[in-house]
Design a protein around this ligand. Structure first.
Ligand SMILES: [Zn+2]
Length: 150
């Protein structure tokens, strides 16, 4: 595949399927270690979606605006900041601590995205929230995709 050009959604689904197969038979101990490393980086204790360690809090502060990039609402008591993995950590554990894979979105948007693969997510947004779709496309993890090509 030519990585210079942007993919169509269909091509991306194909690539996702190809790469997704990786997790079933090629996961290493190190991949899983990365998965848990994120937990340690994110919070001291408890179960927070937003960072609670000094480092992760700082990162969230430096990498988020006043508003959620998906819904555009201001972060608030109900729409708290949460660190989301664009490519789900459950499917791509080796990208658990790859900062190119992070963005800060509000908790309800994070919940809505769930474990969807990024391209399922784009498709979902196109169908259900077409007004937000262009912003989601802008946030597409293009650089990471290049690393998935092996
Ligand atoms: Zn939101």
């Amino acid at each position: 595949m030519d990585f210079q050009k942007d993919y169509s959604l269909e091509e991306l689904f194909k690539l996702a399927d190809k790469v997704g197969g990786y997790r079933y038979h090629r996961l290493t101990e190190q991949d899983l270690e990365k998965y848990h490393e994120f937990d340690r980086w994110r919070y001291v204790n408890g179960d927070h979606d937003c960072g609670t360690t000094e480092e992760s809090r700082q990162w969230v502060w430096e990498n988020s605006d006043q508003q959620c990039p998906v819904c555009g609402d201001y972060f608030s008591q109900f729409k708290v900041r949460s660190i989301d993995h664009k490519l789900p950590r459950s499917q791509y554990p080796w990208l658990s601590l790859d900062f190119r894979n992070f963005w800060v979105i509000c908790y309800p948007c994070n919940k809505e995205k769930g474990e969807m693969h990024w391209y399922q997510y784009e498709h979902y947004m196109f169908v259900h929230h077409r007004d937000r779709y262009p912003d989601v496309v802008l946030a597409r993890p293009r650089e990471l995709l290049k690393t998935l090509h092996r």
